[in-house]
Design a binder for this molecule. Sequence first.
Ligand code: NAP
Length: 282
Amino acid sequence: MTQRYCLIGSPIDHSPSPRMHNAGFAACGIDAHYVLRPTLPEELHILLEEIEQGDWQGLNVTIPMKLPVAASIKKDELATRAGAVNTIFITHEQEVIGTNTDIEGVGEPLRLRNYSGGDAIIIGAGGAARAAAVALDQLGATIHVVARETNKASAMLMDVNVRKPGKTLALENEPLLGELFSQAKVIIQATPVGRHQERYSLPWQGVAPDAIAFEMLYNVHTPFLQEAAAQGCVTIEGWEMLLFQGMRAFEIWTRHPAPRAAMETALRFGDTHARIEGSDRQ
Ligand code: NAP
């Protein structure tokens, strides 16, 4: 029987996850299909019933469902630390478990650039920033957090309980931000700023040219990436995070190595065909 996987959240119409996962299943000869299943928090109980009935063999979870799901199902250690679930899997014993593969989505691109510790700055203190903090902690980083409100940055670092907490500061604290930028090995942008070419003023002039600038937004060449590249930094684009979180979910669900080439090609260059559950849109 064809296995069924889906993405839940809203709005999700433009998600590239179906084409990425369906290309992965096809490349591995796995009889499975991945669809979009638009879901709002108030519909979570229906979704949980569907999982109980065996309708889904695995799910990805996006905004605004990551926290409601985390509050409603059993979580592994990664999801507990990140405070959010982005992937659901079902064990051999039929237990429904929430995990967080965004952590791998941040960690793997950094490992591929041979990053293995040193000062790292996270801009933002939301869900994706928390996943980044766990990933950086696993890599041995000293983690500094910059946010609109310092108390949110401090609360985030404390909650994630990182081994080497650094400074927490407000975005407008230019002198301290300049100091941190000049010692940073990695700077991760984990806010929606830049989606429409908005920018905040960041002290790029002091950054080392071999520093890594990691933008989480995908499908857009943000001012953050443009300014980092102009400074000579190594840049990582948001599609890499999407790819590696997806590959990790694929491996958890199928227990099969994820076919990177097929999934990456579909993600970056594939068409946008995606079936939305409950509609005939193709
Ligand atoms: P979130 O939980 O809503 O957190 C958003 C963060 O951005 C908060 O810290 C928020 O600060 C901050 N922020 C919002 N508007 C801002 C502004 N104008 N100036 C400064 N800070 C601002 O969202 P999230 O889930 O962490 O996602 C963050 C970004 O990562 C999104 O753009 C998302 O698309 C992207 N993302 C990408 C991937 C991927 O696979 N590539 C995966 C997950 C997320 P306040 O608390 O002060 O509002």
